[in-house]
Design a protein around this ligand. Structure first.
Ligand code: AMP
Length: 421
């Protein structure tokens, strides 16, 4: 039997779980600050949802889905992203008939048959937020601000927001013609996939990751120059709202979402120094998505942050926010009688909200102190015969190595004082 996990997957062992908890906590708190509520959808959906909701011509649908038949012969797919499932739930539960907008967030694993490398996995995690029901440019600005707030609250400073508008179907019609004209004579220089895209969906070529395609695109007509009055007005308003909050961004002509139901605003958050995969998050407006998934004509906008990439970025930037929350106190003891008391003290400290542990291996007092050192606790409570006889405990500050006696009844209060709790 092969005892290694499948390629592109990894285990989060206990020493790393703490930073995931922190990350998730900040994400939830920030989203809730903005009035977003958590939604949980299944890990698998009907394959057709992604074919329609992500798009038949995308790499995700064509190459990256984990699709299988269940025993009833249905084609199911492990979710490769969270937006289409949210749209499906929004439609299925007729959430559109309630007062709008609907503001949802999700957090959880996604699955893509991607080529694993640093920052790229086959099971990875995303935090995402979606707003359904409003076309207001203030909503676009809000969702970009939320993405930025999440990473800054986690302590990230070096990042760049990329911004673009892909207009609506009307503006793109003219632009696609121009683009196809520009690309026709250059077809031979494009990658195999993009050669096919020239006629089917030339917009997708713009964000092709192949270097040869990117080189061909120098001098390309810019989609923003073809926006209709309405879309240009929307984009100008988004920019004004972002300026109002002093959210800095760079305009990025290459940032497109090449599917028909993506409209107007597109954005990404990039961090340098985390390898070739510099996009930590990205999103955009998708006013045609709900209708494409079989629902009414309801607009939407959302983004997703890749949590592994964000952690990588935080670690690269030595951000302390991702350090795990370790133990604070260790209760050390000698002898059987003291063990019972130590077990009681352990209970009292934990009930007071102090992260505490004890020895379960029958270690000597000296070995227990060593263990306390390894666990990097701030304080050790020492319980020996002397302490028992005289009704006090000894408290040792592991930083200064100072030791003093404390009345048993005062222990919790004293420890809380020292820990600043
Ligand atoms: P997307 O849904 O493709 O726009 O991706 C949104 C974010 O999810 C990206 O910016 C990445 O941070 C992250 N992401 C996408 N694919 C992967 C993957 N295979 N492994 C890890 N993170 C990923």
């Amino acid at each position: 039997m092969d005892i290694t996990g499948p390629r592109g997957t990894y285990d989060i062992l206990p020493d790393k779980v703490g930073k995931w908890h922190r990350l998730e906590r900040v994400m939830r708190q920030t989203a809730e600050l903005y009035g977003y509520q958590e939604v949980r959808t299944p890990l698998f959906e009907h394959t057709e949802l992604f074919a329609r909701g992500v798009g038949d011509t995308t790499d995700i649908v064509q190459k990256e889905m984990y699709t299988f038949q269940d025993k009833g012969g249905r084609s199911l797919t492990l979710r490769p992203e969270g937006t289409a499932p949210c749209a499906r739930a929004f439609i299925q539960h007729r959430v559109y008939s309630q007062p709008q907008p609907t503001k949802w967030y999700y957090i959880g694993p996604m699955f893509r048959y991607d080529r694993p490398q640093a920052g790229r996995y086959r099971q990875f995690h995303q935090f995402g937020a979606e707003t359904f029901g409003s076309r207001s440019p203030a909503v676009d600005a809000e969702i970009i601000t939320l993405m930025v707030d999440i990473v800054t609250r986690l302590g990230l400073r070096d990042y760049e927001v990329h911004l673009n508008s892909v207009g609506c179907g009307r503006c793109r019609l003219e632009y696609r013609r121009k683009l196809a004209e520009f690309l026709q004579p250059l077809q031979a220089e494009l990658c195999d996939d993009c050669r096919k895209r020239v006629d089917i969906n030339p917009l997708r070529i713009i964000d092709c990751k192949e270097r040869r395609c990117q080189e061909v695109l120098t001098g390309l007509p810019v989609l923003r120059d073809y926006l209709c009055a309405e879309c240009a007005g929307h984009f100008a308003a988004v920019r004004r709202y972002l300026d109002q909050y002093a959210i800095a961004y760079v305009l990025d002509d290459r940032l497109v979402r090449g599917l028909d139901y993506y409209t107007n605003t597109a954005f990404e958050l990039h961090v340098a120094g985390i390898g070739a995969q510099s996009a930590v998050g990205g999103g955009g407006r998708y006013d045609g998505l709900v209708a494409a998934c079989g629902g009414p004509d309801v607009p939407g906008i959302g983004f997703a942050i890749g949590m592994e990439r964000l952690l990588l970025a935080l670690e690269e930037n030595l951000v302390e926010a991702v350090l795990p929350e370790g133990l604070e106190v260790f209760v050390a003891y000698t002898g059987e009688e003291c063990e019972v008391v130590a077990h009681q003290v352990l209970r009292e400290l934990r009930q007071a909200g102090i992260r505490t542990d004890r020895d379960y291996m029958g270690r000597s007092l000296k070995a227990q102190m060593k263990q306390a050192d390894r666990l990097q606790v701030a304080l050790v409570v020492l319980i020996g015969e002397e302490e028992m006889k005289k009704s006090f405990y000894t408290l040792r500050d592991m930083d200064t190595k100072a030791q003093y006696q404390i009345e048993q009844a005062m222990l919790v209060t004293e420890i809380k004082r020292i820990l600043g709790k």
